[in-house]
Design a protein around this ligand. Structure first.
Ligand SMILES: Nc1nc2c(c(=O)[nH]1)N[C@H]1C(S)=C(S)[C@@H](COP(=O)(O)OP(=O)(O)OC[C@H]3O[C@@H](n4cnc5c(N)ncnc54)[C@H](O)[C@@H]3O)O[C@H]1N2
Ligand code: MOO
Length: 441
C-alpha cells in the first residue's frame, strides 16, 4: 500500500508517542527553561522582617512631627543598623539609629527618614549621603538634625509585603525563566523539581560530507545539516549532541546509532531517506529489532516507518522508536532546506513535548497571516503543503518570498525569518494574497 501522509497526520503520529521526560531535582542554574512539575509554596515570608527601603535614620514619629529645615528635630544617634545586623539598639524618645537599606527596623522605631531629609549628623545643611562608617568623626553617634516629618511606616518594607508564608510561589507547569529562578532562590530553594532538557543527538549521513574547515575534494560538500539542526535543537530548549557525518554504510550507521542511544532522548538523522541506491538511513533502520527492541503486545511495532508526506520541501520522512527504551527517532531528508523545515515542523514540537510543553503555545514561533508581496503569481504543487521562505514586515503586514522553492537554497534560508504556508488546495498564489506565516526567528 502506498499512501501519503499529511503534515498534520505525521505530526500527530509523532506527538502521540513522544511523552514528557520524567522529572528530576535540578540545581537552580540547570533548571532554567525547564517546566516545574510541582507547586512550590512560600516557606517563610518575604521580606522576613520589617526593613528599611532607604539609607537614613530610624526614628519615632512623635520626635519628628512638625520638623523643618529651619526648626529641625534634633535627635541623639544611638548607633548603626546595617543590612545583616543581628543585635539591634532600641530607639527611645529623642533618639535615632542610623539605618541602611535592607537593615532590620530596630525596636522602638516607627519610620525611616532618608539621609537627604537630615543634616547627616554634620550640623550643616541637607546631607547628600552618609559618611562611611570607618571615617571620623563617627556618624553613628552624636546628633542628627531631621528636616522633615515622617508618617508611621514611612520607608519601611513590612515583613510579608512581598510574599507570605503559605502562599503559592510558583504553580506546577511554570516555565522557569530568570525571575522565577530568582524567586525560588529568594525563598531558599537551591533546587527545583522539573522536567529536564531533552538530550537530542543530531546525526548527518552521506559519504559526500566533509566537516567545515576541512578541504573539499571533487564531488564533496560540507556538512551543514548537523550544525544547523544541533543549533535548532538548542534553540528549542534541548541539550544537543552533534555527531559528525556518518558514511552511507548501514553497518557504520547502525553502530553509531547504537553508541549514541545511551545519551539520547531523541535522535534526529538527516539524509538517506529517499529512494536512491545509497539511502542508508532507510536501509539501516527499516528493520524492526535492529537495536534489540522487542515487540510488546498492544504496542505499535518497534522500528522506523518511512513515509511520504504531502509536503514540499520535506517529502520523505521517517519516524519511529528504537532501542530498549524506545527512543524516538526522526529521520529527516538530506536537502538542507528540507531538513531545516522538517525540524521546525516535527522535531521542535517533539522536543517541546519531551519538555512537557506540548500544550503551551510556542511563543518563539508565532503564526499569523500576512499578504504575500510578489510581482507575479507563484505556483505551488497541488495537493502539497508548501513552505516557502520569506521575510516578514510587521509594519506592512506583508511577507516577501526569498529565493525559490528549491530545497538546496541555504543562502536564501539564511536571509529568511518566516515560513510562508501555501495550503494543499492552493496551486497558485496571487500578489497580495493572504497566507499563514510562521515566524522562525
Ligand atoms: N527519484 C527520486 N529522487 C528523489 C526523490 C524522489 O521522490 N524520487 N525525493 C527527493 C526529495 S524531495 C528529497 S528531500 C531528497 C531526500 O534525499 P535524502 O534524504 O535521501 O538525502 P540525500 O540523498 O542524502 O541528500 C540530498 C541532498 O542533500 C545534501 N545533503 C545531505 N546531507 C547533507 C548535510 N548534512 N549537509 C549539507 N547537505 C547535505 C546531499 O548532498 C544531496 O544534495 O531526495 C530527492 N530525490
Ligand atoms: O521534499 Mo524534498 O524535501 O522537496 O526536497
Amino acid at each position: 500500500m502506498s499512501t501519503t501522509w499529511s503534515v498534520d497526520e505525521h505530526l500527530e503520529d509523532i506527538l502521540q508517542s513522544v511523552h514528557p521526560l520524567d522529572p528530576i531535582e535540578l540545581p537552580l542554574p540547570e533548571a532554567q527553561g525547564c517546566v516545574l512539575v510541582e507547586d512550590v509554596m512560600v516557606p517563610v515570608a518575604l521580606p522576613p522582617f520589617d526593613n528599611s527601603s532607604m539609607d537614613g535614620y530610624a526614628v519615632r514619629v512623635a520626635d519628628v512631627t512638625g520638623a523643618t529645615e529651619e526648626y529641625p528635630a534634633v535627635l541623639t544617634v544611638i548607633g548603626d543598623v546595617a543590612a545583616g545586623s543581628a543585635g539591634l539598639p532600641t530607639v527611645g524618645p529623642g533618639q535615632a539609629a542610623r539605618i541602611m537599606t535592607g537593615a532590620p527596623l530596630p525596636p522602638g522605631a516607627e519610620a525611616v527618614v532618608p539621609v537627604e531629609w537630615t543634616d547627616g549628623g554634620t550640623g550643616e545643611g541637607a546631607a547628600t549621603g552618609m559618611r562611611p562608617a570607618g571615617s571620623a568623626p563617627e556618624g553613628a553617634s552624636g546628633e542628627v538634625r531631621v528636616h522633615r516629618p515622617a508618617e508611621a511606616g514611612a520607608h519601611i518594607r513590612p515583613r510579608g509585603s512581598d510574599v507570605k508564608a503559605g502562599d503559592l510561589a510558583l504553580a506546577a507547569g511554570t516555565v522557569l525563566g530568570p525571575p522565577q529562578i530568582g524567586l525560588l532562590a529568594a525563598i531558599g530553594h537551591g533546587t527545583a523539581k522539573v522536567r529536564p532538557r531533552p538530550r537530542v543527538v543530531v546525526l548527518s549521513t552521506g559519504s559526500e560530507l566533509v566537516q567545515p574547515g576541512e578541504e573539499l575534494t571533487p564531488g564533496r560538500i560540507h556538512d551543514s545539516n548537523s550544525f544547523a539542526l544541533a543549533a535548532a535543537a538548542r534553540d528549542a530548549g534541548a541539550i544537543a549532541y552533534r555527531v559528525g557525518a556518518v558514511t552511507d554504510e548501514p553497518d557504520a550507521l547502525r553502530a553509531t546509532i547504537e553508541d549514541q542511544l545511551i545519551r539520547a532522548d531523541l535522535l534526529v538523522t538527516t539524509g538517506g531517506v529517499s529512494v536512491g541506491a545509497y539511502d542508508v538511513v532507510k536501509e539501516a533502520l527499516s528493520t524492526a529489532g535492529s537495536f534489540g527492541e522487542e515487540a510488546e503486545p498492544d504496542e505499535a511495532a518497534p522500528g522506523v516507518d518511512f513515509r511520504k508526506l504531502d509536503m514540499q520541501p520535506g517529502k520523505p520522512q521517517g519516524f519511529g522508536a528504537i532501542g530498549p527504551d524506545r527512543t524516538p527517532l526522526l529521520a529527516l531528508p538530506g536537502n538542507p532546506v528540507s531538513s531545516y523545515v522538517s525540524f521546525e515542523l516535527f522535531a521542535r514540537p517533539a522536543i517541546r513535548a519531551l519538555r512537557g510543553l506540548r500544550d503551551v503555545p510556542d511563543d518563539a514561533r508565532p503564526r499569523l497571516r500576512a499578504a504575500v508581496a510578489t510581482d507575479r503569481a507563484l505556483t505551488s504543487p497541488p495537493g502539497k503543503r508548501q513552505f516557502l521562505r520569506g521575510t516578514y514586515d510587521p509594519e506592512a503586514g506583508t511577507v516577501t518570498p526569498v529565493g525559490g522553492a528549491g530545497s538546496h537554497l541555504i543562502g536564501a534560508l539564511a536571509l529568511a525569518d518566516a515560513l510562508i504556508v501555501v495550503p494543499e488546495d492552493t496551486d497558485s498564489v496571487e500578489p497580495g494574497q493572504e497566507l499563514e506565516v510562521i515566524l522562525i526567528g
